[in-house]
Design a protein around this ligand. Structure first.
Ligand SMILES: *Cc1c(COP(=O)(O)O)cnc(C)c1O
Length: 354
């Protein structure tokens, strides 16, 4: 039986995407060859890469606006480094909203001065801190739109006149935003758009070429742009599967359609968390993520009973991250509303038994 997959990442993917991806591994487009045993320079794969790149820009509403979409390797963690390597000349600003933001800061410090424009670290990152002014002399400002581990999400973004860089790993393609407010967006594929092994980088070309250091080719965004995201062998299977997921998203109506469903899922779960005395939410209500809901039991003694109940119901992947404890239900795009319904039923059954 297929599980109700609430995994924080790698994540649930649409069933039809898994089916098509597995078919392509056997026989790609009826060619008699597997997707993963053909040249990445072959016409068939070049088409996949071009489609994956153009779909990303199309869905984000960034076509014809000076942006390029790249599928690179090394994960979002590699982009922590590539961003600083390409953009940090003297001083950059970072919003410290969690573990991943913190990791990005750590890498950037290897390249220059880093200013934390605000931080919620002292409260174990249970909210998005207010930013009171961003200096104008920064090379860029880096933010994390959704904090996967703590379950907080930025609802608005600072208006700045320096490049705005966003780690969107765990909520890209989940909600409608004016994506043109960002100059560089990156996201590891495995949270909301595909398997692990590639990350999407969407970048406005005019912010590049301004640092004085020499940049190794593989770390240089300008090289990847010039080579149409084919500087070296791309992660063919993750790119193909990401392309299938973006096609699926486009076919069901794009970001605005999925956002409606995502809001319903989040509403259903958070209202149970708030009404059910057995549970309490972790993140501040106004900063709650529609992707990752973090919550705890009010009485830890109920843990064994609750764990047995959700496992029995076919639920998988809701154990919380060690830095928060409790539970985390990740409700990425491909998770059906029904799965959230099953979790909520188990939670209310827990209340009856407690
Ligand atoms: C998972 C995650 C990362 C790290 O991604 P990798 O691809 O494993 O390097 C970075 N940022 C955010 C917000 C994440 O959720």
């Amino acid at each position: 039986m297929k599980k109700h997959n609430f995994s924080a990442g790698p994540c649930i993917l649409p069933q039809q995407v898994l089916l098509k991806a597995s078919e392509a591994v056997q026989d790609f487009n009826g060619s008699g060859l597997s997707l993963i045993e053909i040249s990445h320079r072959s016409k068939d794969f070049v088409e996949v890469m071009e489609k994956a790149r153009s779909l990303a820009l199309e869905l984000l509403g960034l076509e014809g606006k000076g942006y390029h979409a790249l599928y690179l390797q090394g994960g979002a963690s590699m982009e922590f480094i590539r961003v600083a390597y390409n953009l940090l000349e003297t001083k950059a600003g970072y919003l410290n909203t969690g573990t991943w933001a913190n990791n990005a800061i750590k890498e950037a410090k290897l390249f220059g001065e880093v200013i934390e424009v605000a931080s919620s670290k002292a409260e174990n990152y249970n909210h998005i801190p207010k930013i009171y002014g961003v200096p104008n002399d920064l090379d860029y400002l880096h933010v994390t739109s959704n904090n996967t581990i703590f379950g907080t999400q930025m609802k608005t973004f600072p208006k700045v006149n320096i490049p705005l860089v966003c780690d969107m790993s765990s909520d890209i393609f989940s909600r409608q935003l004016d994506f043109s407010q960002f100059d560089l967006i990156y996201a590891g594929a495995q949270k909301n758009m595909g398997p692990a092994g590639t990350e999407l980088v969407v970048i406005k070309e005019d912010i590049l070429g301004k640092v004085s250091r020499k940049i190794p080719s593989i770390l240089d965004y300008q090289v990847h742009i010039a080579k149409d995201s084919m500087f070296n062998t791309p992660a063919v299977f993750p790119v193909y599967t990401s392309m299938l997921t973006l096609e699926w998203l486009k076919n069901i109506g794009g970001i605005s359609a999925i956002e409606e469903i995502n809001n319903k899922k989040a509403q259903l779960l958070y209202s149970e968390i708030d009404l059910n005395p057995v549970f309490k939410g972790f993140a501040n209500v106004e900063d709650r993520s529609i992707m990752n809901a973090t919550f705890n039991l009010t009485d830890e003694k109920l843990k064994d009973t609750f764990d047995a109940m959700w496992k029995e119901a076919g639920i998988s992947g809701i154990n919380g991250h060690r830095s928060v404890g409790g539970y985390r239900a990740s409700m990425y795009n491909a998770l059906p509303l029904e799965s959230v319904g099953v979790l909520v039923d188990v939670m209310s059954e827990m209340e009856r038994r407690a």
